[in-house]
Design a protein around this ligand. Structure first.
Ligand SMILES: Cc1cc2nc3c(=O)[nH]c(=O)nc-3n(C[C@H](O)[C@H](O)[C@H](O)COP(=O)(O)OP(=O)(O)OC[C@H]3O[C@@H](n4cnc5c(N)ncnc54)[C@H](O)[C@@H]3O)c2cc1C
Length: 362
């Protein structure tokens, strides 16, 4: 069957695009390789631009109600001394699962095709992708293909083979705990503890009334998780944070490390553009950013809204121009996030400066 738009990857960018395009009166089809759309993963902070995007999608109230409102970002040292306190009023924390479920709920069932792992495109003589081929043997034809398949995008690999990524300087051990008392004690604050000699930090994100997503961020030159098992992760966490403040001891005691995962943080060097003929990239597929930015989810939604609005009514006649404009506008924006992310990473790796920066890209 020939369709107008086939979306490859049903994570944040793919689902947000589908919702926005549906609101504009169109249909799409989403091909996702998981049996149910990318709901694994732990959680994140929705920043001002993400909140704006959710408002456009009509989902802000739902998303904030299933998450946890945040009003301040605090940075403390390991003696609990406050180094920074800034308002992040309007932001909220959420689990990835709750958030993806809200997006999924907006999409008609027959638009969603699970168990489709994209393999490659077939190209016509004019250089246009004529069909997407999936590992299950299906061949899907469409006029436009959206690569929303995340940081290790196979769609990107088709149009920009071997696109370079940065070396891994920082890793994160990300965990989740159920602890309503701790959520209450955090009092709507995102708190980040930083060691004085740099290269080690712990972040606490209240993600709903009873859940805290927390992470240990560490310089891979100074710290190492010897064994990637639950026991190995637990030993690393206890050894690394043994004298850290009270909240952290509480987190250690409540965490089931079999649900913790290690995130190797890397960014994608800027691509020349986000499209090639009738294939266009959104979200991490287009611009994987460092976690210091907290812009992965937020910027993926911005991409989705920008592209869907530009495509609306301009699809048939002006596709090349629309994709070019989308690419130019979004590339400019996310390259600012990228630069801020690299600066924040450098600051994290160095010894503490007197003046702390808020740990997000805006
Ligand atoms: C497992 C996981 C856990 C994460 N956890 C966190 C976290 O705790 N905190 C945080 O800040 N950020 C996290 N992130 C990153 C954050 O979710 C992304 O930056 C953000 O969602 C960007 O949206 P996206 O749509 O570009 O990518 P994603 O939301 O990652 O969506 C990509 C989708 O494409 C699908 N896919 C991949 N390859 C193929 C293929 N070949 N064929 C078909 N489908 C494919 C994936 O299953 C996924 O559903 C996580 C990402 C993942 C994948």
């Amino acid at each position: 069957m020939k369709q107008s738009i086939a979306i490859i990857g049903g994570g944040v960018a793919g689902l947000a695009f589908a919702i926005c395009y549906k609101k504009l009166g169109h249909r799409v089809d989403i091909y996702e390789h998981q049996p149910l759309s990318g709901r694994e993963g732990l959680g994140f902070i929705m920043l001002e631009n993400g909140v704006k995007a959710l408002t456009t999608l009509g989902l802000y109230q739902q998303a904030v109600q299933s998450g946890y409102p945040l009003n301040q970002c605090k940075i403390r040292d390991t003696n609990n001394q406050e180094l920074l306190c800034e308002s992040i009023l309007g932001s909220f924390g959420t689990t990835r699962k709750a958030f993806i479920d809200i997006l999924l709920n907006e999409i008609p069932d027959d638009w969603l095709h699970f168990g489709y792992h994209f393999s490659h495109f077939e190209w016509d003589a004019g250089g246009q992708a004529s069909a997407a081929i999936f590992d299950n043997g299906e061949k899907i034809k469409a006029e436009l293909f959206l690569g929303c398949d995340g940081a290790r995008s196979s769609v990107r690999e088709q149009i920009f083979p071997n696109a370079p990524v940065s070396e891994i300087k920082v890793q994160e051990l990300v965990s989740i705990v159920k602890d309503p008392t701790l959520v209450q004690a955090l009092n709507h604050h995102f708190i980040k503890y930083k060691s004085n000699d740099g290269g080690l930090a712990v972040g606490l994100v209240p993600a709903d009334n009873e859940t805290v997503v927390w992470f240990i961020q560490y310089d891979v030159k100074k710290h190492h998780i010897a064994e990637k098992t639950a026991l190995g992760k637990r030993e690393f966490a206890y050894k690394t944070l043994s004298n850290w403040p009270h909240y952290i001891q509480r987190l250690l005691a409540h965490t089931d490390f079999s649900h913790s995962h290690i995130w190797k943080t890397q960014y994608l060097y800027p691509l020349p553009r986000f499209h090639y003929n009738n294939v266009v990239l959104l979200g991490d597929a287009a611009h994987a950013l460092l976690p210091f930015t907290s812009q992965g989810v937020n910027s993926a939604m911005e991409d989705a809204i920008k592209l869907s609005k530009q495509l609306n009514n301009n699809f048939a006649e002006h596709l090349p121009m629309v994709l070019q404009q989308y690419s130019a506008v979004r590339k400019y924006r996310v390259e600012q996030y990228l630069t801020q992310g690299i600066n924040l990473q450098n600051e994290f790796l160095a010894n503490h400066h007197d003046k702390q920066k808020i740990p997000f890209a805006f």
